[in-house]
Design a protein around this ligand. Structure first.
Ligand code: SF4
Length: 478
């Protein structure tokens, strides 16, 4: 995978990975299983649509009042004893986390799953400052041992099979014999991680939903590692993107019903953690201090654009990845981004800019599968098309960094010619005649056609145009 990530464009990386039949098999099996489990959960389509409407409405209401609700969250968290920090960039967020850890002389932290911490590249940053971050989610632990990035936002090591994990454990865990028995592998990870939880100076987690009304942080998980990371160490730091907000506790049930069912096909996760304060006098467990770091990293810019803002409804269930025909074939690392799959294809160019990730919105067939299943009804395909357009023809919106950077004179000339021809019946007829006569003589390898014909059979131009055929059939008004 490291080899694929090193290649420069999505297309180059995809071509490499498409030849890896083992990897493709791992993804295909996993995605088929996840799709079937999700479908079983939402067998009643009317009920699913109604639940989805409630989930989408809850997130829409948040976006309608985001600045005000963030202030409400801060006020309520502070009143509850949670210290709130604001970070405009990932660098600022990393520095805040580092300062908190240094103030507590923390040398090791255990981490629950957090995609925002991946966005911050927090582990590498802390390592540079002599602080060890140990991933405690089993999937994250596995890829940390492998020195890789997550390939899926919910199941980070989904690209690996049992044999690869067994080899990793044998190599990295003292005394661990090679076994492909899943229970034994899980036991081995648990043995290692239990001692790390007990010895850690701090715990760090993400946040699935923060409730503005009560200042509550909601975290869901299946392994208990999230609860251990947030209760066992004396210090808990939560990091979240500013969009992970809901207005009231009443918004939580529909979203909790949508998220795990969409993500893994589970009715509910094994653990639902609701953190509202540090340990209070007389309580037996919980950290003495809780900090919440709110990360912007371009989200305010996205928020300012009425269409792109819908991206911020995402609850990171990963279902769009599971159903994406492109993701299922090329896997997460091919995107070379923290967020892969359909949501990554629209979010990454918005956060990092078109100049950095402008090829991602093109890595899409616009089949609409992601839109069909998104539990908060994000119009992913519409936003994808908007970003493609922004890449070559910027709108007035300042929301997209690097808009217009993919505009090339050749492409502009081709589209201008196409527009002219389709606007004039006479020119169109002349063009059609030319293609009819000479189209089949064009060599497939000529520069403008090469990209298309290298992976597709070249179409054969018909001997007669549709107009001619229609006239032959007796239609006179064509
Ligand atoms: S875009 Fe929709 S389907 Fe994809 S991760 Fe976000 S909420 Fe889930």
């Amino acid at each position: 995978m490291a080899e694929t990530a090193a290649a420069s464009t999505f297309v180059e990386r995809a071509h490499k990975v498409l030849g890896n039949t083992k990897l493709r098999g791992n993804f295909r099996r996993a995605m088929d299983g996840l799709m079937a489990k999700r479908a079983a959960q939402f067998a009643d389509i009317a009920a699913w649509k109604s639940l989805r409407a409630r989930g989408a409405a809850a997130k829409r209401r948040v976006l309608a009042r985001l600045p005000e609700l963030l202030e409400q969250l801060e006020a309520n968290c502070t009143a509850n004893g949670i210290k709130v920090h604001w970070a405009e960039t990932t660098h600022e967020a990393n520095s805040i986390v580092l300062k908190i850890l240094q103030d507590h002389d923390a040398r090791t932290i255990v981490k629950g799953k957090s995609m925002v911490s991946e966005e911050m590249h927090l582990n590498a940053f802390l390592q540079k400052h002599g602080i060890e971050a140990i991933e405690s989610d089993l999937g994250e632990y596995i890829i940390q041992l492998a020195g890789e990035a997550p390939s899926h936002i919910v199941m980070p090591c989904i690209h690996k099979d049992k044999g690869e994990i067994a080899e990793l454990f044998t190599r990295h865990i003292d005394g661990q014999p090679y076994t492909e028995d899943v229970a034994e592998l899980t036991d081995a990870a648990r043995r290692v991680l239990r001692s790390r939880f007990a010895a850690a100076d701090a715990g760090l987690s993400g946040v699935n939903f923060a409730v503005a009304e009560t200042g509550t942080l909601v975290l869901i998980e299946n392994e208990g590692n999230g609860r251990l990371s947030t209760t066992l160490p004396p210090l808990h730091i939560a990091v979240m993107g500013i969009e992970k907000l809901v207005e009231t506790l009443d918004d939580i049930p529909p979203l909790l019903s949508l998220l795990p069912r969409s993500a893994t096909g589970q009715s509910i996760t094994t653990y639902v953690n609701m953190i509202t304060s540090p340990r209070k006098p007389g309580e037996k467990d919980g950290p003495q201090e809780v900090h919440l770091v709110l990360l912007d990293n371009g989200r305010s810019r996205v928020y300012a654009d009425n269409q792109l803002r819908d991206t911020l409804r995402c609850i990171r269930c990963g279902a769009c990845m599971n159903h994406c025909p492109v993701y299922a074939r090329v896997g997460g690392h091919t995107y070379n981004a923290v967020y892969p799959g359909p949501i990554g294809k629209i979010l990454t160019p918005q956060l990092d800019g078109i100049a950095v990730a402008g090829d991602l919105p093109h890595a899409c067939t616009l089949c609409n599968a992601c839109v069909e299943i998104c539990p908060v009804n994000i119009p992913i395909a519409d936003i994808m098309v908007r970003l493609r357009r922004e890449a070559v023809h910027p709108s007035d919106s300042p929301a997209v960094m690097g808009a217009g950077c993919k505009h090339t004179a050749t492409e502009a000339a081709v589209w201008a010619g196409w527009k002219k021809m389709y606007a004039s019946p006479a020119l169109y007829r002349m063009g059609a005649k030319m293609m009819q006569r000479f189209g089949n003589m064009m060599p497939g390898g000529m520069p403008l056609l090469k990209e298309w014909t290298s992976v597709r059979t070249r179409p054969v131009f018909a001997k007669k145009t549709l107009h001619e055929l229609a006239k032959e059939q007796g239609y006179s008004d064509v």
